[in-house]
Design a protein around this ligand. Structure first.
Ligand code: BMP
Length: 222
């Protein structure tokens, strides 16, 4: 199922375990780590470890290589993928993070553009430069906005084999399935699942909606 659940506040490890059984992965965000702490982040990773889905840590890194390595080091062995911004460039920064993660068998995911409207101010205008950085650093995955499927299309056309992860579905207004249809491999959903009174039921209904759109059952565009 091409769905990743985002935890931006600490959740019970048991909920993470039950959710990861029906989705393809979890993404743990900086506010959850700040509030829950390192041990919570490791516990959630262990709970989700039974599901074989992706476990992504989203600290939205944007720093020199040395500092980014220090930031991810406590999570090595607990998370399979780490998200960093692409605008910092390769030399002395993302190149170093990429080699460090490669050495530890972990994956790098780079933000190519963001889901909020203000991402047009810089990220979208710089997309050609951003794509050069992605080409050079060669991450496993790319984050691209479900809210602007045309950006997903441009990234998919340039990077045939990289995984595209798309947030913005649900709380930010994009509807399930349309990012997948534009070329994404996964949709990332946070509040529409974690804020629901029944998170498992919410996840299941998002999966059904994704399937319907991908099958072509819904014609109207996202
Ligand atoms: P929500 O579905 O509650 O809006 O959460 C979206 C998640 O995706 C958050 O964890 C956020 O940090 C992340 N995200 C995003 O919303 N837009 C981006 O461009 C990149 C992100 O990682």
């Amino acid at each position: 199922v091409p769905l990743i659940v985002a935890f931006d506040e600490p959740v019970e490890a048991e909920l993470a375990a039950r959710l990861c059984g029906i989705v393809d992965g979890i993404k743990v965000g900086l506010p959850a780590v700040i509030r829950g702490g390192l041990e919570w982040a490791r516990e959630v990773s262990r709970a989700a470890g039974s599901c074989e889905g992706l476990r992504i840590l989203d600290l939205k890194l944007a720093d020199i290589g040395h500092v980014m390595r220090l930031s991810v080091e406590p999570f090595i062995g607990y998370y399979d993928g780490f998200i960093a911004h692409s605008f910092v460039g390769g030399e002395g920064s993302l190149d170093e993070l990429k080699s460090y993660l490669d050495h530890h068998g972990a994956r790098l995911v780079l933000v190519a553009s963001m889901s909020h409207p203000g991402s047009r101010d810089v990220y979208d205008r710089a997309l050609d430069f951003i794509m050069e950085v992605i080409e050079r650093v060669d991450p496993w995955g790319i984050v691209a906005p479900a809210t602007r499927p045309s950006i997903i299309g441009r990234l998919r056309a340039r990077f045939a084999s990289k995984k595209i992860l798309s947030p913005g579905v649900g709380a930010q207004g994009a509807r399930p399935g349309y990012a997948l249809r534009a070329g994404a491999d996964y949709e990332i959903v946070g509040r529409a699942i974690t804020g629901a009174s029944d998170p498992l039921a919410a996840a299941k209904s998002i999966i059904e909606a994704q399937e319907e759109v991908v099958r072509g059952g819904v014609e109207e565009d996202g």
